[in-house]
Write a protein that binds this ligand. Sequence first.
Ligand code: UGA
Length: 431
Amino acid sequence: MKLAVIGTGYVGLVSGVCFALKDNKVICVDMAEEKIEKLKRAESPIYEPGIEELIEQNLREERLEFTSDLGEAVRRSDIIILAVGTPSLPNGEANLQYIEQAAADVGAAMNGYKIIMTKSTVPVGTNEKIREVVARHTRHAFDIVSAPEFLREGSAISDTLHPDRIIIGIDNPELRETMVELHQDFTDNIYVTDIRSAEMIKYASNAFLATKISFINEIANICEKVGADVTNVAVGMGMDKRIGSSFLQAGIGYGGSCFPKDTNALIQIAGNVDYEFKLLKSVVEVNTDQRYMIISKLRESLGQLNGIHVGIWGLSFKPNTDDIREAPSLEIVETLVKEGAFVKVHDPIAMDKFREQFDHEHIQWCSTAEEAALGCDAVCLLTDWDHYRQVDLRMLGSVLRKPVLIDGRNVFSEQQIAESGLEYYSVGRPR
Ligand code: UGA
């Protein structure tokens, strides 16, 4: 099939690359010309393991093109995928400006019947707005499809090539066959439903996963007080198939461009129809508080923060990405600096992005984990990069001024800690 993908962020680029791998002809469009020039050289604007090799292969085998000419891409394609960003407005609502603009541009460029498929995360009812906007700009017939995306950063390619399920929202039953044909190379597990339900499935899924995380984080906080170990609790809970073992890893909470944005948007969507989503509001509140757990543990161990030296391991919101959007590290580092602490930070790849967002004379940027720990009163691990699992903890004890390790992601085992002689704090595990 001939596809145009509008927007080359995570969702657009990864979808474009994966559809091309399945022998579709794909044109990826972005208005940022410098991005397109890089992509034509197989240089990815996002950090995602394996993506550049796949772009290169698709370009070589002539299944993938990049352009900033939206009109041409639309005219040469049968299916137009909208994958532009829907960032948060100050009140938490999704900003639909980019998607509405893209819909208008697509409508204006249409030269015949097209299927317009939305992959961006959009509030319930948005696809209908998209239909209205497109209709205002074209005389040609078209159909609208909601196809929300469930890929995770850092494993985006394999999530797209091997998804648990694909959700398709349509209101014209005749589209079912084409949609199944387009997606069946990825999985047979395709659920075709109505458009509004498909839109809601995306928000409900992210909100549910965020709820699991905040739930286990609260269990962890209670475990600390009653002497239980949250890691063991999560294993035992996860053995019940109805609960499932994933997303029960306690820590300093979720970040990233999706859970914080989508939970707030869903609270707002409910609010707009006079429904207070109390449970989800608490999930968000618990998540915010959980970040400060690192600060309270530092206080518990060192007393006041003014003048202390703290090593920070990991800045990205999770491993295998350089994305620091809504990362717990931002608030934690800012708080430390405000309290007068000196901070030495390390991250395998996210330091540049962090520095663009927040810099301060109290921050020292370090090229190794060891350097970030050298001479510090404590080290705080904020991102569970594999890199930190490899660090020799006895070495860590020898370079720290005080042997304090605060593990915000429960990365180290009891045995490793026992052998290290460190004063160790983790989340929801006995000390
Ligand atoms: C998330 C969803 O997992 C994807 O299904 C969805 O498509 C995506 O949002 C989106 O809406 O685009 P992502 O934000 O890339 O994907 O990352 P996750 O792997 O889900 O992790 C999110 C955050 O939760 C991270 O900060 C991670 O450290 C934290 N987390 C995750 C925990 O604290 N505990 C866990 O058990 C799992």
